[in-house]
Design a binder for this molecule. Structure first.
Ligand SMILES: Nc1ncnc2c1ncn2[C@@H]1O[C@H](COP(=O)(O)OP(=O)(O)OP(=O)(O)O)[C@@H](O)[C@H]1O
Length: 529
């Protein structure tokens, strides 16, 4: 079937859109990542529905421990809760369905007792579901014979445990090579492959050490190396970093993300720590009392929690680490081509009532100018805008976390520019937008706290400076009208945030854009581009 990249993927089947030319997955409403508009034209013609088997699917999984599991499931399916069926058994998992795509980090997050471990044990066949099924790369675990199950475990799924489970009398290298030994790979070959993976996890020089000579973090790295060496596509990680102290844990999280990018494995990670979930997960399933109460991207869960329970959970999340520049940026309102010169920049500032403007050359961002610098240059008779552009203005990429944006924002009062790989300006992040995003401003709040005074010249000076060099006032306004109108706009530090968490926003990016759109006055106060 031929379709466009804009077609909605069929939710019921595991179909995704692939470009037949480049084999890249298509987005829901755009070209594939990294493609140019021209590519998109080709792709829209060439794409077709191609069935790509997900790495793993859980279908209506139930697990009840106790006297009468089948009866409990029947009642659960009719809407009963965990406590309703307590007389029949413990409903550890209730109707859990999710799909994990290849190369994805999928996190299952929930408090103790919510059912995470039971789910993961059903995924690799250690626990038999009371109802429902698991498909690993399209193969049903429920229908598998014991031999097939062993084969699935050996070839498709490996597991990393919280407590390392290393063999104490074997060296690090032999531990890392263990899965290959089980698979019957020859000694030299398995040691070579294990050594390669040990180098990737930073233990290349500890291959001959014994496990008890290593720190906890190092031992967990060996556990990870062992799972990676096995070469299976899917890694199940059950609270794998929970026993590590916070700094090492952070390091391991970062390394896991890097390894995943490099090796492209599919990872299903269990944790009770939402910050960890948010940092690692491409998608997160939040569990409560045996049920998945929300399944979404970290940004979706943060900006659009499904219920009060999730909302309460996300209150304490380190937003700076989860949200990205692209998710909170605003469209760049004030831009000028460098060819427009200093006067052109000043006109933009006067008309838009902003204190700085982004300067573009061939649609690429080359820096920003402030109102002060522009007024000074006009008075000095300078016309070349390039000569006053501050190229030292910080820029970030759309995928950079807000932690990076915060650092840059300290360096400059001018809104941070968000640029793509080719230097094109995608948007800007005024400081007030940053504060609103980091502060999880309550949707009921109608005021954003006062921020530091912006560096701007008095309003009247724009008009006077332009008038002095023979420029007329803005269309339809007498000279100085901007000045008199300005204080209402520029001096205001108030910003309504009513739209910030619009529950109907179709995507989290749109929701984030709404946050931004809701603070125009304050961004102007910033001298906002
Ligand atoms: N073998 C079992 N027999 C009886 N009940 C069980 C068994 N395994 C788990 N349970 C119960 O099922 C529920 C879910 O347990 P599970 O271990 O899956 O939760 P969890 O989210 O992984 O918790 P934790 O983070 O503490 O490991 C709990 O009430 C638990 O007591």
């Amino acid at each position: 079937m031929v379709g466009g990249l804009g077609d909605e993927p069929d939710v019921a089947s595991p179909e995704v859109l692939l470009c037949r030319v480049c084999a890249m997955p298509g987005g829901a409403d755009d070209r594939h990542p990294g493609a140019t508009r021209d590519d998109a034209q080709t792709c829209v013609v060439e794409v077709e529905h191609v069935t790509v088997e997900p790495a793993l699917e859980a279908r209506n999984l139930h697990k009840v421990f106790g006297r009468n599991p089948k009866d409990a499931v029947r009642r659960l399916k009719a809407g009963a809760t965990r406590s309703d069926v307590a007389d029949a058994g413990t409903a550890a998992v209730i109707d859990a369905s999710f799909t994990v795509q290849r190369g994805e980090i999928f996190v299952i997050m929930g408090l103790s007792g919510s059912g995470k471990s039971t789910i993961i044990r059903m995924l690799n066949g250690l626990n038999e579901p009371t109802a429902g099924d698991v498909l690993v790369q399209g193969r049903s675990v429920g229908d598998a014979s014991p031999k097939e199950l062993r084969d699935i475990r050996r070839s498709s799924i490996s597991m990393v445990f919280q407590h390392f489970a290393l063999l104490p009398h074997r060296t690090v290298l032999d531990n890392a090579a263990y899965a290959l030994e089980i698979q019957g790979v020859g000694r030299d070959e398995r040691r070579r492959r294990a050594q390669e993976i040990l180098a990737k996890v930073g233990l290349g020089d500890r291959a001959e050490a014994m496990p008890d000579e290593l720190s906890g973090g190092m031992r967990q790295r060996v556990g990870l190396a062992r799972a990676l060496t096995a070469g299976t596509d899917i890694l199940l990680m059950d609270e794998a970093f929970s026993a590590l102290d916070p700094l090492i844990r952070r390091e391991m999280q970062e390394q896991l993300v890097e390894l995943q990018r490099e090796l492209g494995r599919t990872i299903i990670f269990i944790t009770h720590d939402l910050n960890e979930a948010m940092f690692l997960g491409d998608r997160i399933a939040v569990m409560r009392d045996g049920r998945i109460v929300q399944n979404g991207t970290p940004e979706e869960i943060l900006t659009d929690p499904a219920n009060d329970y999730v909302a309460q959970f996300v209150q304490d999340v380190d937003r700076a680490r989860v949200l990205t520049a692209g998710a909170v940026m605003a469209p760049a309102a004030a831009t000028t081509p460098v060819s427009a010169g200093v006067r052109g920049a000043l006109r933009v500032m006067r008309d838009l009532q902003v204190g700085s403007v982004a300067v573009l050359e061939n649609r690429r961002y080359i820096g920003a100018v402030t109102d002060r610098a522009v007024v000074r240059a006009v008075k000095a008779g300078t016309s070349d805008l390039r000569s006053i552009v501050s190229s030292a203005q910080p820029v970030v990429g759309p995928d950079d976390p807000l932690t990076d944006v915060v650092e840059r924002s300290v360096e400059s009062p001018i809104p941070i520019a968000v640029v793509d790989d080719s230097g094109r300006l995608l948007g800007t992040i005024p400081r007030v937008t940053l504060l609103a995003a980091l502060g999880n401003v309550d949707p009921q709040t109608t005021e954003i706290p006062i921020i530091e005074a912006p560096v701007t010249v008095p309003e009247a000076e724009f008009a006077q400076t332009l008038a002095a060099v023979g420029e007329s006032a803005a269309v339809g306004e007498p000279v100085g009208a901007g000045a008199s109108a300005a204080p209402a706009t520029r001096a205001s530090t108030r910003a309504t945030n009513a739209d910030a968490t619009n529950a109907d926003a179709p995507t989290q990016r749109t929701a984030a854009a709404a946050t931004v759109a809701a603070v125009p006055a304050a961004s102007v106060t910033e001298g906002g581009v």
